[in-house]
Design a protein around this ligand. Structure first.
Ligand code: 5GP
Ligand code: MG
Ligand code: MG
Length: 182
């Protein structure tokens, strides 16, 4: 375990097992559809990479980057697009791939955006769900694990851009926040 990690919430084995089962569900549900998986950068990249290799269908992938306005602790719900898709979403079945849903404001904004662009369907899959913090009326169509209201890192999730490479989901030690010089 990394020295800055207090506890592991979800192990590498648990994540891989869950991704196999999510891939099977998505494969069943998207027969005869025109699936486009959209990775929300950067956090969802490791999850997306593993998930698409468990989907046994003709499909395409694309990438999007956004940031929410407001301070780091308080999201305003307004989302700025930093990198848009290359693909057209019109008449396609969009699956938005996220690392974690917290307030839900980011993802509900993106769902509305793609509906406005005339996607045939827009669904969401998230590795982690923190339902206790929800502000937007959003329930993921597929999720890996529910986590308590703690700041988690690893498997794509960062603190100050670090720890995305950890192969498990962990909780950061408090002293790491407190000793950081900003
Ligand atoms: P939402 O709009 O749902 O509040 O924001 C979701 C985004 O906030 C996630 O994609 C992620 O970037 C960030 N986030 C929310 N909770 C956590 C957390 O516990 N750890 C990390 N590293 N990022 C989080
Ligand atoms: Mg994210
Ligand atoms: Mg982040």
């Amino acid at each position: 375990m990394h020295q800055d990690v207090k506890e592991i919430l979800v192990s590498t084995e648990q994540i891989q097992e869950k991704i196999i089962s999510l891939g099977q569900q998505i494969t069943n549900d998207y027969q005869e559809k025109d699936l486009l998986c959209v990775c929300i950068l950067k956090g969802a990249a490791p999850f997306m990479a593993d998930l698409i290799r468990q989907i046994d269908l003709p499909m395409e992938i694309d990438f999007m980057a956004c940031s929410s306005y407001g301070t780091s602790t308080k999201s305003s719900g307004e989302v700025r697009i930093l990198k848009d898709l290359e693909s057209s979403v019109q008449n396609r079945d969009i699956l938005l791939v996220e690392d974690i849903i917290d307030t839900g404001l980011t993802l509900s904004y993106l769902v509305d955006l793609f509906k406005g662009r005339e996607a045939r369907s827009v669904k969401t899959v998230t590795l982690l769900d923190k339902p206790s913090r929800r502000q937007a009326d959003l329930v993921p169509d597929y999720f890996g694990f529910q986590v308590p209201d703690k700041f988690v890192i690893g498997f794509g999730l960062d603190y100050d851009e670090k720890y995305r490479n950890l192969p498990y989901i962990g909780v950061l030690k408090e002293e790491v926040y407190n000793t950081k010089i900003t």
